[in-house]
Design a protein around this ligand. Structure first.
Ligand code: 13P
Length: 259
């Protein structure tokens, strides 16, 4: 079984003080955790302080996005090196809000994936279909397009270098999660695509599910064979619900996935 990764995407929420409180509460809960990996993605302005609070614990801290250039006159953007030297070790890329609100295309996301990896950040590459695409039976072709476009020419030497996250757009922030069966079938499909491109490493790559994950549905989702963790928005903003999901993941890791 792949080590489960429970990741919190804080999006554009929390004041500075609130972010510190949240990080401290997670740290208390996750201290010395080794069964499950945990990651938090605070707003970029808090990466440094949050990573200082979580230093020496088994918690990854990352950015929600980067710009693919090394440095330069790109007002308002942050580079992979800035994230790394502020204490970050991961970055979300290709989140549906970046794709749909900010119009980021696959080739731009692909440049970011390459830059992140070349800098030593682990990308959490997000893909997912919209409701009308699922209803039109286009889920697989949409995902193939996103995977091919975002990973075009991307060399992966080890399964630890990248994480994939399947986030159906219709499940994000709606309270309506994909059913465990829907998520499992789609993630098994993603793993097979990955196997075709990258070979047996596909068995070791982590594929997270994201979209309305909460304590009440985490157990069933995380028990699926091809769901290796969760990328959590709303429920990661309270330490109680986030830590409850970590506890569920820990229990599944110890007891094994029995379906
Ligand atoms: P919600 O958990 O709020 O649906 O958000 C999911 C998400 O977009 C995580 O990146």
């Amino acid at each position: 079984m792949r080590k489960l990764l429970i990741a919190g995407n804080w999006k554009m929420f929390k004041t500075f003080d609130e972010a510190i409180d949240l990080a401290k509460n997670i740290e208390k809960f996750v201290r010395n955790e080794s069964v499950v990996d945990v990651a938090v993605f605070p707003p970029a302005t808090y990466i440094h302080v949050v990573s200082s609070l979580l230093k020496n614990r088994s918690i990854f801290v990352g950015a929600q996005n980067i710009y693919p250039e090394e440095e330069g006159a790109f007002t308002g953007e942050i580079s992979a090196k800035m994230v790394l030297t502020s204490g970050g070790s991961m970055t979300i890329l290709g989140h549906s809000e970046r794709r749909n609100v900010f119009g980021e295309p696959n080739d731009f996301i692909c440049k970011k994936v390459k830059k992140a990896m070349a800098t030593g950040l682990i990308p959490v590459l997000c893909i997912g279909e919209k409701l009308e695409e699922r209803e039109a039976g286009e889920t697989e072709s949409v995902l193939i397009g996103q995977l091919e476009g975002s990973l075009d020419g991307v060399k992966i030497d080890s399964p630890d270098e990248i994480v994939l996250a399947y986030e159906p757009v219709w499940a994000i922030g709606t309270g309506v999660n994909a059913t465990p069966e829907q998520a499992q079938a789609t993630q098994a499909f993603i793993r097979e695509w990955f196997r075709g491109r990258y070979g047996p490493m596909a068995d070791k790559i982590r594929i997270l599910y994201g979209g309305s994950v909460k304590p009440s549905n985490a157990e069933k989702l995380l028990s699926q064979a091809d769901i290796d963790g969760a990328l959590i928005g709303g429920a990661s903003l309270s330490s109680e619900s986030f830590c409850e999901i970590i506890a569920i993941a820990k229990r599944i890791s110890i007891e094994g996935k029995c379906q």
